[in-house]
Design a protein around this ligand. Sequence first.
Ligand code: HEM
Length: 156
Amino acid sequence: MGVGLEGVAAEIDVDDVAAVDLSQAIEECLRLGSNGYFTFPRIALKDTEVGGTRILKGMVVRPSPLSPNYDPDVFPDPLRFDIHRKPKRILSFGAGPHHCIGNILGRTTITIAITRLLARFPKAHISEPNFVPVYGGAVGELRLQRLPMRTHESGI
Ligand code: HEM
């Protein structure tokens, strides 16, 4: 949510909110910043090899759901937040049998929150030109520590 707000607030041209496909913009936020360093452990059921690394039966493997979202073969210039990117097949909600059961609820909640914010404050923007986001989070999740915003063009 913090990454969503930060990304959308930083990139939306205040006179051009209607031109942005918000659901795609939120996918881009989820691509870049959903899981942070958080990983979901798995235990290898047999000896195997992934990308040249040997994994022995019984080893704990901690794959990052976020790292495939940064694959430059799939997402060119992957570190760049591009509000028009329309990212496909992001892995922020995992995949396979453990695919996040709450992914629609999560996406809907973020969409409603940002839609309502932009409807109420269409001129909302980041108030510090050189703002550098700082994240916290107990288990590696990207929890934005602060987001200096103004709700109107000047003053408030
Ligand atoms: C932006 C918000 C969310 C993100 C980024 C997220 C991410 C994930 C990821 C990556 C997994 C896969 C875990 C694995 O592979 O072991 C997962 C699983 C899961 N998520 Fe979410 N999630 C979000 C919101 C929610 C919400 C709102 C709920 C419930 C109300 C939820 C419930 C679950 C459950 C129950 C699982 C386990 C599914 C299973 O193992 O069968 N998540 N989530």
